[in-house]
Design a protein around this ligand. Structure first.
Ligand SMILES: Cc1ncc(COP(=O)(O)O)c(C=O)c1O
Length: 392
């Protein structure tokens, strides 16, 4: 039997990378040595003390709840560590009801629509951007209004360009800085403006802070929660995935507006049962050790960033080194006339190097491609060598 899938599922956009995946399999079959530099998933393990804490907690016979539902017996250490981290890092003081444990930020993004939107409501999402914002709206029966992030505007959304009719129906505005895929960072003034905009239009701003800790050259990314009054109109989605090399662990938190936190919690209580207590203990340990364990992780990405940007620039690109994220976002060479899919396919065919076409992040990502720094130096080095030799 072929099941009939729901209209909501059918409405999700086709997986834009499916075509490239097929081309990659094809190339491999023909004996081309494919080098992937497209996926943003850290290659190094979580810091040792975090792994040790996980092992301790999971085998702690003194804790009878250690293998039970994480939601019923949450480890108070994790939300406490989140509060401590926000205070140390941004001088932001969060109350008990302003912190919710999540299974990474995708968990929170995907369920936020169900918490806040009714059929016909609108969510505003940046494009290019993380696809789950739109997916969250679609699962809730809502629609997405796409606001472009353009190079001319330093990849910040022009909030004033959003039509009044859209604002009337909008429940949520997604922001993400440091930004995936553009690597742009937001000046603190922008967050002030966003909070004011949210207040004026009665919309919740959800700031996806997946990359605030992946920063270089001394840059420190702001939190939207630093803006006075932000907790009246904003939440921030913090994740341990990229900061601590913990993507597989599924650990994060939503902080900020207490009513939004409670609504998301209500959705989560009905859908998931939280994460293993040992993960919560270990994630708390990671946050407690942030100042110690994050700099060596970033030193690796900074070195790889330099390797990639300098190689591309030696081949004729003119890219500035990104201050943050684990990506490099580069324009496709002129002769591809802005067609990132054609560039990625040609690059794969001629060099075996697999990058992500910007189009995959939505229409305004067209004209660019993304390289991920989550690959060993020698892999990036070989990939860059092939691109330079190709003489684009
Ligand atoms: C912008 C952005 N948000 C959220 C996520 C999801 O991260 P996680 O669910 O691992 O916290 C990612 C992952 O790549 C991302 O790039």
């Amino acid at each position: 039997m072929q099941v009939k899938i729901s209209e909501r599922l059918a409405k999700l956009p086709r997986y834009l990378f499916a075509d490239l995946r097929r081309k990659m399999a094809d190339a491999r079959e023909r004996g081309i040595k494919v080098i992937r530099i497209d996926i943003g998933d850290p290659d190094a393990p979580a810091p040792d003390p975090v792994v040790e804490e996980l092992c301790r907690a999971v085998s702690d016979a003194g804790d009878p709840d250690r293998h039970r539902y994480g939601c019923d017996r949450p480890a108070a250490e994790f939300p406490q560590a989140v509060r401590d981290f926000y205070r140390r890092r941004w001088d932001v003081h969060l109350a008990d009801d302003q912190v919710l444990t999540t299974m990474g930020s995708k968990d929170a993004i995907a369920k936020m629509g169900l918490a806040l939107m009714d059929p016909g409501d609108i969510g505003i999402a940046p494009v290019p951007g993380y696809p789950t914002y739109n997916i969250s709206h679609v699962f809730a029966g809502g629609e997405t209004f796409r606001v472009p992030l353009l190079p001319a505007n330093d990849f910040l959304p022009d909030l004033d360009s959003i039509p009044t009719e859209v604002l009337r129906q909008a429940r949520i505005l997604w922001l993400n800085y440091p930004n995936n895929p553009t690597t742009a960072v937001a000046p603190p003034d922008f967050f002030r403006r966003a909070v004011e905009f949210a207040r004026d239009n009665d919309i919740l701003v959800a700031h996806d802070a997946a990359y605030t800790e992946n920063t270089y050259d001394g840059y420190r990314a702001p939190s939207i929660m630093q803006v006075a009054g932000a907790d009246e109109v904003a939440v921030e989605l913090f994740s341990l995935s990229k900061a601590f090399n913990m993507t597989g662990w599924r650990a994060g938190a939503v902080v900020g507006n207490a009513s939004a936190v409670a609504a998301l919690n209500a959705v989560k209580e009905n859908i998931d049962n939280g994460s293993l207590r040992a993960i919560q203990f270990a994630a708390a340990r990671a946050l407690d050790l942030a100042e110690e364990v994050i700099p060596p992780i970033n030193a690796v990405y900074q070195r790889r960033r330099d390797l990639v940007v300098e190689a591309l620039n030696s081949a004729g690109w003119r890219i500035e080194k990104p201050k943050a994220t684990i990506y490099v976002w580069a324009p496709v060479p002129d002769r591809y006339a802005g067609d990132s899919g054609a560039f990625a396919a040609d690059l794969l065919e001629r060099t075996g190097v697999m990058v992500t076409p910007g189009r995959g992040y939505g229409e305004s990502g067209e004209g660019f491609f993304r390289i991920s720094l989550t690959y060993p130096d020698d892999v990036l080095d070989e990939a860059m060598g092939r691109i330079v030799d190709m003489k684009l």
